[in-house]
Write a protein that binds this ligand. Structure first.
Ligand SMILES: *Cc1c(COP(=O)(O)O)cnc(C)c1O
Length: 429
């Protein structure tokens, strides 16, 4: 790897961009070293400004489920561009995408498009509070819901039940109404309801992806839904990451649950900025202009994002890559386990649909505390060894690797080769 151009670009970028990036994970802080600067991406591959090509398992942190530059999506976006890019009035693609999404999320009769997952979540919280007339929100440690003030709460094991701001600039008053529960632990939810009488809702990633992949065990999601509903609070499913990952629709359906409000983003914009929240009509009709919950946006329902979303979902439906995702993820899991055994490295692997995370730890990972026990130095070593062997992984132990339907058999074989080399390096520390 010759990092010449990247180095120059890093210097230039650092002048006017904070830390040379526009989103902190991109700075590679968790793995050390300089970030990649990207020139282009096509199909399963991404190329940096020095011309190094990598098989891409970051996929823009999830949206590029078809791989990069999918031709049908490009064609549809180009067509849409000809008709104008932003109107400040409703256009046909919004109606179309709304219908496509509501059609596959049982219990979602209406949807509101916004511009990011963060915006979807903050609007969903506002709506939940307005609908229930209560104020407090329960979130789970290790779940990420965008950079909403109220949800940026320190969730480390020692502080897990205290509501302390996890970011400078977030006033304590913003997080006072946020209660922290533990993933896969219904009792931790019940404990809050027993001591607080003004809980509006419980927000959860039904498949967690932001502490690395963590899946709900046994009937956790079902039990959570019935308990929350018995307390007259709303269940908010944050499917910004998990939506359209394991089948054509939400994970709720596969888990046998139906949230009151669902948040979406990432895949439904096909790589263009988007977010959305939806619910049954009775709840959504609380939102302005029908109701008194104010929520607006200059670019909301942007026709280019909508067209990219429609094209992506159509292609996804046609391809139906979900069995292949499972098989590929299983193949990667087997390869990781085999190499780990060969070089005596402790590893635990969680996966769901097109998301997979190997944790460098002993024992299983079913909550944030377990995830945090993982050896992040080992992950960093693994990450750089993979980069050096042409594989781009998320630059943190606590992120999901994503699979795209553009991955080829050769890509997988190369990845498995690289895994074995990287694991051997990990065993040295
Ligand atoms: C990415 C993500 C968000 C935030 O979405 P942005 O578009 O980055 O604002 C919220 N929730 C979950 C589960 C996510 O994965």
């Amino acid at each position: 790897m010759k990092p010449k151009r990247s180095e120059k670009m890093f210097k230039r970028a650092s002048k006017n961009l904070v830390g040379a990036v526009n989103s902190p994970a991109r700075a590679f802080g968790a793995v050390g070293g300089k970030p990649l600067f990207i020139k282009q991406a096509k199909g399963s591959k991404i190329t940096d400004v020095d011309g190094n090509e990598y098989i891409d398992f970051v996929l823009s942190y999830g949206p590029m489920i078809l791989g990069h530059g999918h031709l049908y999506v490009q064609r549809q976006v180009r067509k849409a561009l000809k008709h104008g890019y932003s109107f400040g009035a409703t256009s046909a693609p919004e109606i179309k995408l709304a219908k496509m999404i509501c059609g596959v999320f049982p219990g979602m009769e209406k949807i509101r498009f916004v511009n990011s997952g963060t915006e979807a979540v903050l609007s969903a919280l506002r709506l939940a509070r307005a609908y229930t007339g209560k104020t407090k929100i329960i979130k789970f440690s290790g779940c990420y819901h965008g950079h909403v003030d109220a949800l940026l709460v320190a969730a480390g094991s020692g502080l897990a039940t205290l509501s302390l701001p996890g970011s400078a600039g977030v006033p304590e008053s913003s997080v006072q109404g946020t209660l922290i529960a533990h993933y896969n632990d219904l009792d931790s939810v019940k404990a809050h309801f027993e001591t607080h009488d003004d809980i509006a809702g419980v927000i959860i990633e039904p498949i967690a992806g932001n502490m690395g992949v963590v899946v709900p065990q046994d009937n956790f999601m079902k039990d959570l839904q019935s308990y929350v509903s018995s307390q007259s609070a709303l269940l908010i499913a944050d499917e910004v990451m998990s939506g359209f990952r394991a089948h054509y629709g939400g994970t709720q359906e596969l888990l046998g649950v139906q949230a009151d409000i669902t948040c979406l983003g990432k895949v439904i914009g096909g790589g263009f900025p988007v977010g959305a929240y939806g619910a049954r009509a009775e709840i959504m009709d609380k939102v302005a202009p029908l109701g008194d919950v104010y929520q607006a946006g200059t670019f909301s329902g942007n026709p280019i994002s909508m067209s990219a979303g429609i094209a992506t979902l159509r292609a996804l439906k046609r391809q139906n890559p979900f069995d292949t995702f499972n098989e590929t993820a299983k193949t990667l899991e087997d390869a990781l386990k085999q190499s780990a055994r060969r070089y005596k490295v402790d590893i635990a692997i969680n996966r769901y649909g097109s998301m997979i995370t190997p944790f460098f730890t002993k024992g299983s990972v079913s909550n944030f505390q377990h995830a945090q026990a993982a050896d992040t130095q080992r992950y960093a070593r693994f990450f750089w060894a993979m980069i050096n062997n042409g594989i781009f992984l998320p630059p943190s132990q606590f992120e999901a690797w994503f699979l795209s339907s553009a991955l080829t058999k050769t890509d997988i074989a190369k990845t498995i080769n690289a895994i074995d080399i990287a694991m051997q390096e990990v065993a040295r520390i």
